[in-house]
Design a binder for this molecule. Structure first.
Ligand code: ADP
Ligand code: ASP
Ligand code: MG
Length: 432
């Protein structure tokens, strides 16, 4: 048919039996007449285990060494998968990200791809071998050191390679049947969507739906590459991520389902348990305060998301400024704020890690009144208290208590009529 880039996530290659199952699947795709390039993640929870190990030997592991350590996870699975495929009578050759031509900048732990030069991959394809590429990693152009692309970055490797090779599709194999209207792990009534636009998937990914890495969707959008998210545990057709739901042109050979003529109002509900809320208490109410505070956060290299300013509980001439940051960066942000506390004369800094962000995403929100009203009514009826609110053109997000996340997601999901009749299947993985 053409060229398929297939990425298998950690849960799909978690043990020897799974690796053999994936090998069979790859060989079948090849036998069906396709050229196949495979990208693999580390086995199961290997990356988390390596991270834990690093923190047991060092309080502050250098980025270079951390990347060297973490990339070993993908090297294990790539070699094992190549062995299993060779056993089935087809030639497979494994390549590190560096060997596959994934060239990045030198920012360890969150490197950006600056070039993709897949000569060796093309060579292997032309010799009828199946290249197996270690996901999540590259090599820095300047320093020649090994880098990683950020957690979940194997999705990005797969899409970048697929774009460079002008593949027909990038298949992302995972432990659920496709993209659902909510995370099936916390909302069993989530419904699989047959198609979703790049824009909606980007909002869902940014709002915490880790089924696809945000940067991989951005990258695919730029090259108009269709992504097919599906399960490695079933043969079912999954979900296609494309530019325009009504445009069937790229999908005629890939999908049995017809075009979606009318854009659904809501694409899905996402939740994120990875943020913390920082409140700067008792900020003197004068111009320039917010600018100085946010400059300090920017200087520490921390990204922030939602922002709320309130009259301070500590007095009417002061305000409290709250914002959210990734939980892993909260301590760094707080430290930075302490440094400017005496200068700016605010009273205190509080960090609250016990929060969740719940977001409703849908391109139809633009043209349908009443979406916010239904959203907030559903949350109120579930007895959940809203602490912060933010919106984009196609998203509404709230910050709530972490323990209310499941209740809130399910309430919103039901209120928009998204509940499926049956229960969504989660085939494997720990969701870690
Ligand atoms: P992999 O190891 O294959 O990369 P991930 O754990 O990164 O898998 O992503 C798959 C998981 O994403 C699913 O098991 C599911 O719990 C979670 N998820 C979150 N939101 C969604 C969603 N809207 N649709 C499908 N899965 C989702
Ligand atoms: N193994 C890496 C991680 O766990 C990359 C990936 O799985 O995509 O983040
Ligand atoms: Mg993933």
């Amino acid at each position: 048919m053409g060229l398929v880039v297939a990425k298998f996530g950690g849960s799909s290659v978690a043990d020897a039996a799974s690796i053999r199952r994936v090998a069979k699947r790859v060989v079948d795709t090849k036998k069906a007449g396709n050229d196949v390039v495979v990208v693999v993640s580390a086995m199961g929870d290997t990356t988390d285990e390596l991270l834990d190990l690093a923190h047991q030997v060092s309080a502050n592991p250098p980025g270079r060494e951390m990347d060297m350590l973490l990339t070993s996870g993908e090297r294990i699975s790539m070699a094992l998968l190549a062995m299993a495929i060779n056993d089935l009578g087809m030639e497979a050759r494994s390549y590190t990200g560096s060997q596959a031509g994934l060239i990045t900048d030198s920012s360890h732990g969150k490197a950006r791809i600056v070039d993709v030069t897949p000569d060796r991959i093309q060579q292997a394809i032309s010799e009828n071998a199946i290249p197996i590429i270690a996901g999540f990693q590259g090599v820095a152009r300047e320093t020649k050191d090994i880098t990683t692309l950020g957690r979940g970055g194997s999705d990005l490797t797969a899409v970048a390679i697929a774009c460079a090779l002008q593949a027909d599709v990038c298949e992302i194999y995972t432990d659920v049947d496709g993209i659902f209207s909510a995370d099936p792990r916390i909302a069993p009534k989530a419904r699989q969507v047959p198609r979703i636009t790049y824009d909606e998937m980007m909002e869902l990914a940014a709002a915490g739906a880790k089924v696809l890495h945000l940067r991989c969707v951005e990258y695919a959008k730029r090259f108009n590459l269709p992504i097919h998210v599906r399960s490695s545990f079933s043969e079912k057709e999954g979900t296609f991520v494309i530019a325009d739901l009504a445009d069937q042109s790229q999908l005629v050979k890939l999908s049995k389902q017809g075009a979606v003529m009318e854009q659904p109002i809501i694409a899905g509900v996402a939740h994120d348990l990875g943020d913390a809320k920082i409140t700067v208490v008792g900020v003197p109410d004068r111009p320039g305060m917010a600018a100085a505070i946010f400059q300090a956060i920017a200087d520490s290299g921390v990204n922030m998301d939602m922002i709320v300013q309130n009259v301070s509980a500590s007095g009417a001439t002061a305000t409290d400024l709250s914002f959210t940051v990734p939980r892993a960066d909260a301590a760094k942000a707080e430290l930075q704020l302490r440094k400017i506390q005496a200068d700016l004369q605010f009273k205190d800094v509080e960090t609250d890690e016990n929060i969740a962000k719940v977001s409703l995403v849908g391109a139809g929100m633009r043209s349908h009144p009443g979406v916010s009203a239904t959203f907030f009514k559903a949350i109120a009826a579930a007895g959940v208290n809203v602490e912060m609110i933010s919106t984009s053109e196609i998203r509404i997000s709230v910050v709530i208590r972490a323990e209310d996340a499941k209740t809130c997601v399910e309430a919103v999901h039901s209120a928009f009529g998204l509940d499926a009749d049956g229960e969504a299947v989660v085939y494997g993985g720990t969701g870690r």
